[in-house]
Design a protein around this ligand. Structure first.
Ligand code: SF4
Length: 185
């Protein structure tokens, strides 16, 4: 017991200093609100998303989970993650496409009704990222599916993912020029 307490006292606090919530919160809330308003204005109806982890390290999934919390209020915008690709409008893919997941990814894509959108989330889904191409992975999603929009980052923050969804929605509704200026693939 004393040994442990001594070690704790010697180690001190090993975590990073937390960000200034006043500053971070204010900026992010304003940006989130702006994106919310724009998505609601453009979408006008529900957008359903099927997510496939094609071989990620789960870092991107953690950010997607964060996007589902009350702070970002996705469901309030009418954006829902669905279990069946047959109910989806948009396919979100994370991770490099591992050879073991290639067939499942292709089948999921095939099952989504037209018109469908494909968004690659994170550097691995864009070009293989730190995993690259190997006997185990094919690399980026574009190697096998037509990708409409990419969201770079390792992993991208929830706000960047939200912005990416907005860009994909703009693209879907034909405002391609606006999508291009925001990083359309
Ligand atoms: S982009 Fe980064 S966080 Fe996302 S799957 Fe690849 S290594 Fe993990």
């Amino acid at each position: 017991m004393w040994k442990i307490l001594k070690r704790i006292a010697k180690t001190g606090i090993a975590t990073e200093t937390p960000p200034d919530l006043q500053k971070v919160g204010a900026g992010e809330t304003a940006a989130t609100q702006r994106i919310h308003d724009e998505i609601l204005q453009i979408l006008g109806r529900a957008l359903t998303i099927r997510e496939v982890d094609a071989g990620s390290c789960n870092g991107c999934e953690l950010e997607l989970n964060a996007l589902n919390n009350v702070y970002y209020n996705l469901e309030g915008l009418g954006i829902k993650f669905v279990a069946s690709p047959r109910h989806a409008d948009l396919l979100l893919v994370t991770g490099p496409v591992s050879r073991n997941m290639a067939l499942a990814l292709q089948r999921t894509y095939d099952a989504i009704p037209e018109p469908k959108l494909v968004v690659a989330v994170g550097d691995c889904a864009i070009n293989g990222g730190i995993f690259g191409e190997s006997y185990a992975t094919l690399g980026g999603v574009a190697k096998m599916l037509p990708v409409d929009h990419v969201i770079p980052g390792c992993p991208p923050e929830p706000i960047a993912i939200l912005q990416g969804i907005l860009t994909a929605v703009r693209y879907r509704l034909g405002t391609r020029a606006a999508a291009d200026s925001a990083g359309h693939a």
